[in-house]
Each structure stands twice: as C-alpha cells, then as structure tokens.
Design a protein around this ligand. Sequence first.
Ligand code: TXA
Ligand code: MG
Length: 344
Amino acid sequence: YWHVDKVVDSLATYPQIEEAADFLRQDEVVAFPTETVYGLGGNALSNEAATKIFAAKGRPADNPLIVHIASKQQVADVAINISKTAEQLMEAFWPGPLTVILEKQPNRLSEVVTAGLETVAVRMPDHPVALAVIEKAGLPIAAPSANRSGKPSPTSAKHVQDDLDGIIAGIIDGGETGIGVESTVVDCTGDIPIILRPGGITKEEIEAVVGEAAIDAALKDAKQQPKSPGMKYKHYAPEAPVYLLEGSREWIQSHVSEQRQQGKKVGVLTTEENLSFYDADVILPCGSRQDLRTVAHSLYDVLRAFNETDVDIIYSETFPAAGVGLAIMNRLEKAAAHRWLYEK
Ligand code: TXA
Ligand code: MG
C-alpha cells in the first residue's frame, strides 16, 4: 500500500512508483488511480499477469481488458490500421477518459487481455500517477477497474482495499478519483465511431470533433447483444435491490412510506437539492443536479455506502440521460438491473 499524496512533475522518481513499476515488470498486479476510477494494472504482454487480473477480480474470461499507455505514440505498439477518426479522437481527448477500439497488433498482446478478439481497447489516462507508473514500467498495461466483478467500481484506495486486500501485490493511493465513472468506449474500426459504453467523454463532445457518432443498439435496447462484452453483465450493484423511480419526489416518498409500513428498511439515493425532503431509513446525497459531473463523481461511493447500511431496498431518483447523465443513467440502470417504476 503506497501513498502518493503530493502530485509533482518528478513523480517517476518516487520510490513508490518505482516499486510498483518493478512489480508490473515481474508480472504482478498493482492498483493505481486514474482520472476515472482506480485500475488494476498488469503487463498487457503477459498471459500470466493477465490471468492474475481476471482471478483477482473474479471476472468472466470473455470480457477483454483495456490496454493503458503513457504516450500517444505508444498506440502503434499495440494497434494497426488506425483510422482518421480514431486519430482525431485520440488527438482531441488523450490523455483523458476515452477508450478507442482498434485492430490489434498481431502476436504481441496477451490473448488473455483481448479475450481472443482481433481488436484491442486502448486508452491514455489523464492522471499523473497512472502515467508515471506506466511509463516507468515501460510496458502497455492492461487495467480493468480495480473492483471485484459485479461491485461498483472503486473511486478511492479504500474501495480497492475493501475488495482486493491481500490478493494483489499493492495499491498506490492517490486520493479520490475525479470523474468517478469509467472512460467512454468507442469502436473506431468502422466508418462511423460507435459508443459501446458511455463515460467521461460525452457523445456531444465526440460529435463536436468527428461530426457523427452512433450509440450501440444494445445500450438502447436491453434485449440486444452488446458489442462490448462487459456490457452484458450485471454491474455496479449494491447488495440491496435498487429501483429507479421516475416521478415527483412526493410520489417517490409515497413508495418509501408504503415499504416502511410493511416493515422494510428503505434507502433513498437523491441529490443535495432533495436531501431534507425525504423521510426514510437511510438518505444519501449524490452530488447536485446543478452539475451532473458532481453526481458522476460520487455515484460509486454512494452505491458502496448503501452496503454499510442495513437497508432492504434502495429507491433512486433518475437523471436526464444527456451529457455525462448518459453514463450516470447507464450505470444506475445496471445497478438496478433495469427495475423501473414510473409515476402515472
Ligand atoms: O475508465 C476506465 O476505462 C477504467 C480505468 C481503470 O481506466 N477501466 C475500465 O476497464 O473500466 P474495464 O475492464 O472495467 O472495462 C472495459 C470495457 C468493458 O466493457 C469491455 O468489455 C470493453 O471495455 N472492451 C475491452 N476490449 C474491448 C474490445 N476489443 N471490443 C469491445 N469492447 C471491449
Ligand atoms: Mg469495470
């Protein structure tokens, strides 16, 4: 468990970073902060390291990992036939919360990392600790979110420790992550970029650069088979069932009261605006509706916090599915396993 509390230019010479990079070169797995969530890193060229990542997370083997790099030039080490639109997106958003799906460089990456696909997911994170440790290791680093599979992604070193303590080589603690939801995954292998997972970079921002972007049909229709293997699994869920309630707060309160009359302990996921309105067993504020980025920042911490309580059921408010709201609603829908209630 290494602490890097001060972020400075000379981070690469920190003994903590050097030690973590040494572990990575020895095919051990190490958690580190990125600007989105904490990642569990391992050598992307090594089957042994990749297998350790899947084992630590309890992740299904058909769900490929994102390969993280420390400079734009490094993309040529892992991918080929990079399209004009991919170049434009990387230029506009790297380093940053954008992952591009490209044709993979043959015979280089671990087959375990790419789950046997001909494509690879690549991202250059915008976090000094992540960049320093990847650069120091001198390797492309495979890094899924550093949570046990199915749990909310970790936005602090404490979250990583809660899930993976004792089964990974170490954690670099760089404080809370900023964005709080994962990167946007964009398939750049076709003519029009397709958003496979909404995230920190919005559809609107992508369209401002490349003109047109599509959203994977499976994101709009739960019955379709998603192109991004990870999107088919239940994710991000607290232990108590989550319901998304679309309606007025008075109507939401009536549901809370009804459940409590039946002896249930009820949690409410709301925002600062409505915090003092509700009467429930546990009421957790998740940012402010004035700025949905604050909701994204706190979402996973709040979902995890419900697990520290004894609530039987969680009622969540909903958010407008535009801008970063698209990523927020995508994660909430998964946490709720698509359980919606609508006010008539
Ligand atoms: O913000 C992030 O992206 C974080 C931080 C740690 O960088 N990482 C992350 O990784 O969220 P992970 O493994 O939890 O999510 C990777 C997503 C999954 O939905 C996976 O199915 C998809 O990317 N993916 C990876 N390779 C792919 C490929 N070749 N084609 C389509 N989807 C792919
Ligand atoms: Mg994940």
